[in-house]
Design a protein around this ligand. Structure first.
Ligand SMILES: *Cc1c(COP(=O)(O)O)cnc(C)c1O
Length: 396
């Protein structure tokens, strides 16, 4: 028999961090406490009512009346896969907008499930041009038009209204990734006309990773119902999953009970704050962060009109050691930020101010920490950094 010495392993004790990267974000103690409730059965009446309440709170968050609004078991990428595997059959025309990592991931999934992919590309750090999308859908019978609302790899916010109109005119389903935007800026599913949407718990919802809220509108449900072929993923088949979350309570897979408790608490916190106040808070802290960053003499990667409030990409100045700066932020200040991905690797820092982490205290801590570190690196940071940020808060 193989043996192991259990005394080699200590208690889990990671210490406190300030999570200001692309996710996960800081989790509220209330959410952690909800997670530590006793685990009960997935058909326990208490859990069934917690499921219903979670769905009600999710409909408020997505601003939708869609009945099929549920948290998929899995992280944001599981939500992405759920939407594509349920709506796309082999040979279906799918148009995917690509201007970063997550659009690229969508295109990858479409290829894997045999969809006929047309990509509409834009340079990293820029928005997708609706004219390019219009040309791409022309003359095709497009099943799904897919786009990322908040491209976390670049910090770009994609306006949705024009693309929703193009999808509507083309008779295509409009599928939107709101993993990073949901809970930090407006995602008004019914008003915009989004047919299928997914998100994740660990960005602006400030819940640990593990669930992916999704919502499918009437046209998406009809598409699902009229499929000619079975959904290729058994686990993510929304027909069967909805039978559990909907009326029948028919066992499909065991719901991650304590993750649902956590999400319910995170959503309750959001409802208490109110969506408008929450979005305003993200915008205010973003403006203060940018004011401080620019006063320091650093440059934002994305043009002012296209910036996300919750994910800020900052150009790494020439001669500054990326890994060293991020290492010092973590070691000396407990702050985690993200490095660049893909085209932006080594070129940009990604600073998240998401959900619970989106507060003045963190903005000021980050600005003073990076200022200190950059000075040690020989970068001549401007002097009035904290004053520039304070001026934004004072105006508000
Ligand atoms: C984080 C993220 C995802 C993937 O979510 P995971 O939880 O890492 O699976 C998808 N899309 C966007 C825009 C994201 O930021």
């Amino acid at each position: 028999m193989k043996t192991i010495d259990p005394n080699r392993f200590r208690d889990i004790d990671p210490g406190q961090r300030v999570l200001m990267g692309p996710g996960p974000s800081d989790v509220s103690p209330r959410v952690l406490q909800a997670m530590s409730a006793p685990c009960i059965g997935h058909l326990d009446p208490y859990f069934l009512s917690a499921m219903d309440e979670t769905q009600q709170l999710l409909r408020y968050l997505f601003q939708t009346d869609n009945r099929l609004t549920i948290p998929v078991s899995g992280t944001g990428s599981a939500g992405m896969e759920t939407c594509f595997v349920n709506l796309v059959e082999p040979g279906d025309e799918v148009v995917v907008c690509v201007n970063g990592v997550f659009g690229t991931r969508m295109a990858d999934i479409v290829g894997r499930i045999g969809g006929k992919l047309t990509r509409v590309d834009a340079p990293w750090g820029r928005t997708i041009d609706p004219e390019d999308v219009r040309k791409a859908v022309e003359g095709k019978k497009v099943k799904v038009l897919a786009v990322v609302h908040a491209e976390t790899s670049t910090g770009v916010c994609q306006p949705l209204d024009d693309l929703a109109a193009i999808a509507r005119d083309a008779g295509a389903l409009f599928l939107v990734d709101t993993v990073t935007s949901l809970g930090g800026m407006e995602v008004d599913v019914d008003r915009i006309g989004i047919d299928a949407v997914y998100s994740g718990t660990q960005k602006c919802l400030s819940c640990p990773p593990g669930l992916s809220p999704i919502s499918l509108g009437p046209a998406a449900v009809e598409t699902l119902t009229n499929r000619k072929t079975p959904v290729v993923s058994w686990y993510l088949d929304m027909g069967m999953v909805a039978d559990y979350w909907g009326g029948n309570r028919k066992y499909h897979h065991t719901a991650p009970i304590n993750m649902v408790f956590a999400l319910r608490e995170a959503l309750r916190i959001i409802a208490e704050e109110g969506l408008e106040a929450r979005h305003d808070r993200h915008l205010l802290n973003h403006r203060a962060l940018v004011a401080g960053v620019e006063a320091m003499g650093l440059e934002m990667v994305v043009a002012k009109s296209d910036r996300l409030p919750m994910l800020n990409t900052i150009r790494i100045p020439a001669g500054v050691n990326d890994a060293k700066v991020r290492g010092a932020l973590l070691k000396d200040f407990g702050i985690e930020i993200g490095g660049g991905l893909g085209d932006f690797a080594g070129k940009a820092w990604r600073v998240g101010i998401m959900g619970h982490a989106c507060r003045r205290r963190n903005v000021v801590l980050f600005l003073s920490a990076i200022q200190t570190i950059l000075k040690a690196e020989g970068f001549a940071a401007g002097p009035d950094v904290l004053e520039a940020a304070a001026a934004i808060y004072d105006e508000a």
